[in-house]
Design a protein around this ligand. Structure first.
Ligand code: ATP
Ligand code: MG
Length: 582
């Protein structure tokens, strides 16, 4: 299924009674909203809508998480409900405070607010423990001494039922005693676990006596060394939702098979509130990877500069790359919410930032690969200020003055000594217009005697062709961007390509690991770009359109006198083309 199938339609279903203060057209259009609408209509949950975003703090958030954030917070917002932020921090070995902080920053940056509802699964450790004790007392959980290999062997396969553990029928007293001693740290890691007593013959492997608790003698970032046993995610997650009275527990499709287990916990623990889980398709993007484990490997093994490397699909990477929260939210709207997995073209994400910045970013001239031009008939020492639009898309953005003088820079690519027929840029004897200035003609090409490299063009200008002037209408085919050499501001510019070369780097059919598929050209640095005067004042995070070159943002590496820009995207819209084709 193509991503557009679920793109945000403008139509609504009209006519239905709404319980929200929102009109139909303001409500999200997706199957979970349909469920919520039906639940509200049926008076379920006393009319409450309560969702949560439950990240595990074992890495930075990525664009896939943005989909989940927009969905959870978006549904709550649209239905006058609430959305919690809950850290599913049940695994002390992989979790760090740095990740907790970055996750909060990213959710806020995306424009969402959990208000005072910030929770941690670790806050529930005591309650979860008490419930485990209750399950033991009810004969529904037991301490198992099988090694992990034995447990795996006993588990069976998709086609064969599992075998019951020899420890399955321990007495309640023995189980209580052993579990208590696991908690007290009497046993070594891996020697015992607490398991639910469900059904070793269940066709659903998740139901074959899953582990509830394991021994881990590791400090936790919030509970310190208080606990020596930790609950498994599958046990803690649904019960945390129950404790927070989450009405719609939304998660990705791979957890559909876990739902019967979650329901079993909720039923057997007899929680006060019974949440329901709904699964949606996770976001996959081409030319990148989206698993935290893999992203973490890229960071730790030094393949990228950090979690916020502008090539990373992380929220912090996209932010540094220059993406706006508006563009990311727009992207999440357009991809929609489906029940079947698919891969979205990264060109759609690029389309969204172009759409946003087309209106918002000031347009300036910047020459990435400078070639010197001397206007022979423009007097030495003379200069003039020319008025130019900041953004023709939004006339209210006004105009600015740029200097024109005898020595200029144009783009090396905009000149060819021996051009093909349809080259409408500069060539010997040919004319072009300089944007916002004059028509110039190339009279002579100066080369380095030894290398034959073109080092300078000698041109003349036609003083009667000033842009906006009476004779400005004289037609030439090409218009080039340029800057005045003596006024130009130099900068480093970083251009980015896809992080991976193949479209699906996760596919390891060829036996190659994803790290072997990184695109060697994902970053190119140009160190001596020439920007129009005034750009020296730009500050980290400021975004511009460099005419004909794309959208750029000032990188935080910028220092006084040493500007660094990231290209967010080139101007060429590959998404519009894809849509036309297909
Ligand atoms: P990863 O597989 O990248 O490690 P995860 O599912 O382990 O991700 P969590 O921190 O558990 O990461 O995810 C928090 C929430 O974000 C979960 O509800 C999860 O379903 C959702 N989520 C994670 N990845 C995606 C994705 N690619 N698309 C949509 N939602 C996602
Ligand atoms: Mg997870």
């Amino acid at each position: 299924m193509g991503p557009l199938e679920n793109s945000v339609p403008t139509a609504n279903r009209g006519g239905e009674e709404e319980h929200s203060t929102k009109t139909n057209s303001e409500l999200p259009v997706n199957f979970i909203q349909d469920i919520i609408r039906a639940d509200l209509k049926a008076g379920k949950n006393e009319g409450r809508v309560h969702t949560r975003f439950p990240p595990e703090p074992n890495g930075y958030l990525h664009i896939g998480h943005a989909k989940s954030i927009c969905l959870n917070f978006g549904l709550a917002q649209a239905n006058d409900g609430l959305c919690n932020l809950r850290f599913d921090d049940t695994n002390p070995s992989k979790e760090e405070v740095e990740f907790v902080d970055s996750i909060m920053e990213d959710v806020r940056w995306l424009g969402f607010d959990w208000e005072e509802r910030l929770y941690y699964a670790s806050d529930y450790f005591e309650q979860l423990y008490e419930w485990a004790v209750q399950l033991i007392k009810d004969g529904k959980a037991y301490v198992c001494d099988l090694t992990s290999e034995e447990t795996r062997a006993y588990r069976g396969t998709l086609t064969e039922p599992g075998r019951e553990s020899p420890y399955r029928n321990r007495s309640v007293e023995e189980n209580l005693d052993l579990f208590e001693r696991m908690k007290a740290g009497e046993f070594s890691e891996g020697s015992r676990v607490l398991r639910a007593k469900i059904d070793m013959a269940s066709p659903n492997l998740n139901m074959r006596d899953p582990v509830l608790y394991r021994i881990l003698k590791q400090p936790h970032h919030r509970t310190g060394d208080k606990w020596l046993i930790y609950p498994m995610y599958d046990y803690a997650h649904p019960l945390s939702d129950a404790m927070e009275a989450i009405t719609h527990s939304i998660c990705t499709l791979e957890f559909a098979d876990h739902r019967p287990l979650y329901d079993w916990f909720i039923e057997n623990v007899k929680t006060e509130f019974e949440p329901h889980q709904y699964e949606f398709a996770r976001l996959n993007l081409n030319y990148t990877v989206m698993s935290k484990r893999k992203l973490r490997a890229l960071v730790e093994q030094g393949y990228v500069k950090g979690w916020d490397d502008p090539r990373m699909p992380t929220i912090s990477g996209l932010r540094r790359r220059g993406y706006t929260p508006e563009a990311i939210r727009d992207f999440c709207d357009r991809i929609g919410v489906a029940k079947r997995d698919s891969t979205v073209d990264i060109a759609l994400l690029e389309y969204c930032i172009r759409e946003d910045l087309n209106r918002r970013a000031s347009r300036v001239m910047a020459v990435l690969q400078p070639l010197k031009v001397v206007i022979e008939n423009y007097p030495e020492g003379q200069m003039e200020w020319l008025e130019i639009d900041n953004n023709p898309e939004t006339p209210e953005s006004g105009t600015r003055m740029i200097p024109f003088a005898r020595e200029l820079y144009i783009e090396q690519d905009d000149f060819m000594e021996d051009p093909p027929r349809k080259f409408f840029r500069l060539a010997p004897g040919k004319e072009v217009r300089l944007k916002g200035a004059y028509i110039i003609k190339c009279e002579e090409v100066i080369k380095n005697n030894e290398t034959d490299e073109i080092i300078e063009l000698r041109c003349t200008y036609d003083p009667d062709t000033k842009s906006g002037g009476s004779a400005a209408g004289r037609k030439v085919k090409g218009t080039l961007h340029w800057v005045s050499a003596s006024h130009a501001v130099s900068a480093e510019v970083r251009l980015y390509g896809h992080l991976f070369s193949p479209e699906n780097p996760d596919n390891d059919d060829d036996g190659r690991d994803f790290t072997q598929k990184l695109n060697p050209d994902s970053l190119s640095v140009i160190s001596n770009c020439m920007l129009e005067s005034g750009m020296e004042a730009s500050v980290s995070g400021e975004r511009f359109q460099f005419l004909r070159q794309g959208y750029f943002v000032v990188d935080p590496d910028t220092r006084p006198g040493a500007l660094v820009f990231n290209r967010i995207v080139p101007l060429r819209d590959t998404w519009a083309k894809i849509q036309k084709k297909g």
